[in-house]
Design a protein around this ligand. Structure first.
Ligand code: 5RP
Length: 217
């Protein structure tokens, strides 16, 4: 099975969790496969909350209503991919640059269902550079502070987030305590949020493998 086939398989499996109401939808290639599957059962749901402009566009192209998060009380489920995930369900996200909106929508959902292929499962987070969304004028200051934390930040060139900010991708971290590091980085003045999803980890992992989809809860 190719990596794309594994992503499609977990997207199909995630639709089993769609029982109705409003669905939170993540960003990225795996989330895109999920949107395509969600379209097949769109009559079952009241609409979706999107974690990025790209996701909103894809949902709309399938005729799925995109709702403003401020107009919904909450969601049963949020479905999204990850760049890395551990067996404790701690994740690095933000490879697509949508980490802040992803974290906001995830915070409003009762259950976070992570859809990922087997290449994303790791013992220790940090091989994938940790994305940090930063207010543009704070870029150099935050970069210096991230160096003090042991990382090597690199500006994501030519990229602006949906919120008008920049991303620093932090290389060289071996993240042994993701809950602590998530808070520590978020405390830096000028940081909007970072791509560690540890304080609010996933609740379910649907992992695409060569042998099929494995479910971890
Ligand atoms: C986007 C994300 C994505 O979930 C993450 O990058 C995984 O993407 P893909 O499903 O394309 O591998 O966090 O900001």
């Amino acid at each position: 099975m190719t990596q794309d086939e594994m992503k499609q398989a977990v997207a199909r499996a995630a639709v089993e969790y769609v029982k109705g109401g409003i669905i939170g939808v993540g960003t990225g290639s795996t989330a895109n496969y999920f949107i395509d599957e969600l379209a097949k059962v769109k009559g079952r749901i009241d609409g979706a909350v999107a974690s990025s402009e790209a996701t909103a566009k894809r949902l709309k192209s399938h005729g799925i209503d995109v709702l403003d998060l401020n107009s919904v009380g909450g969601m049963e489920i949020y479905v999204d991919g990850a760049d890395e995930i551990t067996r404790n369900f701690h994740m690095i996200k933000g490879g697509g640059g949508a980490l802040t909106r992803e974290k906001i929508v995830a915070a409003c959902a009762k259950h976070f269902i992570c859809v990922a292929d087997q290449t994303k499962l790791v013992d220790v987070l940090g091989k994938f550079p940790l994305p940090v969304e930063v207010i543009p004028m704070a870029r150099s200051y935050v970069a210096r502070e991230l160096v003090k934390l042991g990382g090597q930040p690199k500006l994501r060139e030519g990229f602006t987030t949906d919120n008008g900010n920049v991303i620093l991708d932090v290389h060289g971290l071996s993240i042994l305590d993701p809950v602590v590091l998530e808070s520590e980085i978020n405390q830096l003045t000028g940081v909007v949020t970072n791509g560690l999803f540890a304080r609010r980890p996933a609740d379910v992992l649907l992992l695409g493998t060569e042998h099929g989809v494995e479910t971890y809860k």
